[in-house]
Each structure stands twice: as C-alpha cells, then as structure tokens.
Ligand binder design. Structure first.
Ligand code: KDO
Length: 338
C-alpha cells in the first residue's frame, strides 16, 4: 500500500501543476483556436472502442475540438495514460479500473472477477450514485474526469496448448500455466485467483510472446483475440467469462474546466454516444466471433463456471483489495444486477 499511497500523492501535485498550466495556456490562444484532444490507447485503430471514438465522438465535438488519436500505445505506454493526463501531456485515454486501482485501491472492486454481470450492469453501476465518490476522488486527486463507461467484453482464457494437450475445466487445471496478464497488481491478483501463474506484460508485446512460447496464454475478450490476431498463435479458448471488462473514457479536468458549459455538454454527450455505439458493436462481435474462431481451428468450450466463480470469489475474501472497498458498495453493485 505504501507504493500506492506514494503514487497517489505524487499525482495530486502533478495534476495541480497541470491545472495551473492549462489555466495560463488559453490566455495566449485566440478564441477561434480549437482544443486539441490527444487520446492514447494500447488498442488498435480497428478496436471497437477506437472506432467508436473516431466515428462518433470526434465528429460530435469537431466544431470546437480536434480529436487526435494515438493507437498501439504509440504516444503513451499502457498504464501511464492517467499520469500523462494528470501532468498535462495527454487529454484523453480509455482507462481501466485496474489502472485507477494503482492510485485508488478501492477501484479494484470494478476489476474483480465475476462482479459485473454484463454490459448493461456496467452502465447501471457507472450511472448510479454509488460511483459519485469514486469519480470525485479521481477528479480531485488526479485531475481526470471519467465521462462514460466503455464495454471491453467478457474476458476468457486463451491458450497455446491444444485442448488435447490441456483441457481446462477447473482452476486446478491452470496450475503452472504462464498466463500473461496486464502489469498491475489488480490484474496479477486476478490471474492468480484463476489458478494460473500470472506473468505481467504490456498488451503490445503479447502477440510475440505467444508466438515464441514465452507465455502459455493470455486473457481477453473474443473481439480482442481477433483484432490482435492472437488466434494465429493460440489453439484454444476456455470461456471462463472471469471478468466482464470495462474501460472509462478518461478526460483531462484541466481542459474540461477551460471549456464553455455548451462545450462540456457536447463532450459529455459525445462520450456517452461513442460508448453506446462501441458497446453495441462489441456485443455483436462477441456473439459472432465464436464461429470465426472455430473456423480458424481453435477449440472453444465452457469450463465448470461455478468452480471458477467460487474459486475466484474466495481469493478476494479477506484480500488486501477487498479491504479497500468502501463498505456496502459490493452489495449496491450486486443489487444493480439482474
Ligand atoms: C490488456 O492489456 O489485456 C487489455 O485488454 C487491458 C485493458 O484494460 C485495455 O487496456 C486493453 O488491453 C487495451 O485497450 C487493448 O485492447
């Protein structure tokens, strides 16, 4: 927790500096100047979240802002986007709850296996009053506004081994499997909770690691397995659905505060519209891609889901993460479920 606390404190100072810099900068700019919104993501240009922002968000704010996307972590490394926004080097990102949990451990509740039930549940949770203190903390301490929730999809375990070599029905079957998970504590914990041996690695390195065999597998939703071509270097997908994953549309508060109320309203509406469009596209892809992947020769099957759910949930009980969850929030999230 010391590391987390330090990261949070450093960022609070940086975001205060960035806010004062942003306050000075517009004075030199003419009134007609458009705001530049640099967005960085590890995702590709064809990822549905990227597509939604480019095709729905960008045109809706084009009167007063120029949307400038940077894909494949080409501007900012995965996991450093929030710091970049806080220090004024970036205006937008598609941030994960796991990244937020590195500053604010309580965000790990949204990164916990088998908590969110589906895409609609995520939206209800994000729009519920239970989120207000979470959003406020990120705004006040990091200078980042969480505008909307984007659906990434149901994460499944995707392995190099063929089903004949390794059939995964329960967490015990993942013992000793080197499963790449993104590189923060919340992700690593989830990998362990699944029964695997998690290996931290950034998204842009996963394809090569799978092709050389330096990891046995990775976890991501089906649209990502296809978009990143992981199917070319893996042989099976175990439909664990261990995390109905989300990302937040993260926006610089310093930039937000410089906008007129009309512009703020337009940015908010554009983010919501992009999130909705991306969500529908991603849901459709999830439904359609099983056939595509089977056609590519992958085995796709459901394990003993109750065994996975019970095992994962048991790992969180009494964990350092669960200790950081504000009282009553898990119950509120569950009550918003189906
Ligand atoms: C990944 O690294 O596996 C992950 O799926 C984690 C997500 O939070 C998100 O960062 C995503 O990568 C990227 O947007 C690439 O799809």
């Amino acid at each position: 927790m010391t590391k987390l606390t330090t990261r949070r404190a450093v960022m609070a100072t940086m975001s205060a500096l960035a806010a004062s810099a942003a306050f000075l900068a517009p004075m030199a700019a003419s009134a007609q100047d458009k705001i530049t919104l640099r967005m960085s993501t590890p995702a590709s240009e064809t990822d549905q979240r990227s597509v939604a922002l480019a095709e729905v968000f960008a045109p809706a704010v084009a009167d007063f802002a120029t949307y400038e996307p940077h894909y494949n972590a080409s501007l900012v490394a995965q996991g450093s986007e929030l710091e970049a926004i806080a220090s004024g080097d970036l205006e937008m990102s598609i941030a994960s709850a796991q990244e937020l949990a590195t500053f604010f451990p309580e965000f790990s509740i949204f990164a916990t296996g088998y908590v969110h039930q589906d895409a609609e549940h995520q939206v209800r949770v994000f729009n519920d009053a239970l989120m207000d203190p979470f959003k406020k903390t990120v705004e006040d301490e990091l200078g980042v506004k969480l505008l909307s929730v984007m659906y990434l999809g149901r994460r499944h375990v995707n392995l190099r081994q063929t089903k004949d070599e390794l059939t995964v029905m329960t967490p015990d079957d993942l013992a000793g499997v080197n499963l790449r998970m993104p590189g923060t504590d919340a992700w690593q914990f989830l990998g362990k909770a699944l029964g695997a041996n998690p290996t931290p690695m950034s998204f842009t390195e996963v394809y090569t690691a799978l092709s050389t065999g330096s990891v046995d597998g990775q976890d991501n939703p089906l649209p990502t397995v296809v978009d990143a071509k992981f199917y070319e270097v893996t042989n099976q997908i175990v439909l664990t659905s261990h995390l109905v994953d989300l990302n937040y549309v993260a926006f610089s508060k310093a930039v937000w505060d410089e906008m007129t109320p009309e512009q703020q309203e337009a940015v908010q509406a554009a983010a919501d519209a992009a999130a909705e469009s991306g969500r529908q596209a991603q849901l459709k892809k999830e439904a359609d891609l099983v056939a595509f992947l089977e056609d590519k020769g992958l085995s796709i099957y459901e394990p003993d889901l109750a065994a996975f759910r019970n095992h994962v949930q048991q790992q969180y009980v009494g964990s350092e993460f669960a200790a950081s969850w504000p009282e009553g929030v898990l119950e509120k999230i569950n009550a918003l479920g189906n």
